[in-house]
Design a protein around this ligand. Structure first.
Ligand SMILES: [Zn+2]
Length: 183
């Protein structure tokens, strides 16, 4: 099995083991925990391929890269890669049809694109590393509540919540370290 597919499989499994932590866990700690668990389940071949791409860096270390570059103008185009929104109440088949038919940038399309890019020998090492960093991040994001949600919420950015009298977006609330203990 191609190493990126193996990685995706284990990232999904890694997420399942984090379920009890709930929505508050995502942020640096959440992404790195997902990546660490995935790393522990890599096949020797996948581990070698990843080491060849990342050098001294590790999957947990690079898992937050897409969030770190997101504020910069030159990476603005990657903002929609962190979430996917669909109409509410879809069946499994309807959901699959909806996300595969989507034409605007989204997490699912970006993951497909990055999966191609990471294994493409015609791409530069830099492009393949970029793709790997996004794969480890997007799979984590896609499993976070509100990052795969209804149209209009933009990964939680458009959902207003109040925390101790303070107005926040839901995503700011969910990733604020203080919300882990104060929620
Ligand atoms: Zn993200």
């Amino acid at each position: 099995m191609q190493f990126a597919l193996i990685l995706r499989k284990y990232l999904a499994l890694a997420w399942l083991s984090l379920l009890p932590l709930g929505v508050h866990a995502w942020g640096v700690v959440g992404h790195r925990a997902v990546a660490r668990i995935a790393e522990n389940h890599l096949t020797p071949k996948a581990r070698r391929e990843i080491a060849a791409l990342l050098g001294t860096e590790t999957l947990p270390l690079v898992s937050t890269f897409p969030d770190e570059i997101r504020p910069y103008a030159e990476y603005k185009y990657t903002s929609p890669w962190h979430y996917i929104n669909t109409a509410p109440g879809l069946s499994g088949a309807q959901y699959t049809a909806a996300i595969t038919a989507m034409t605007e940038p989204n997490a699912y399309a970006a993951l497909q694109q990055m999966m191609q890019q990471v294994k493409d020998p015609a791409k530069s090492k830099e492009e393949r590393v970029f793709a790997l960093k996004f794969i480890v991040h997007i799979v984590g994001d896609m499993h976070q509540p509100l990052h795969a949600s209804q149209s209009g919420v933009q990964g939680g950015n458009q959902v207003a919540v109040k925390l101790q009298g303070k107005d926040l977006t839901c995503i700011a609330f969910g990733t604020a370290p203080s919300s882990i203990t104060k929620a």
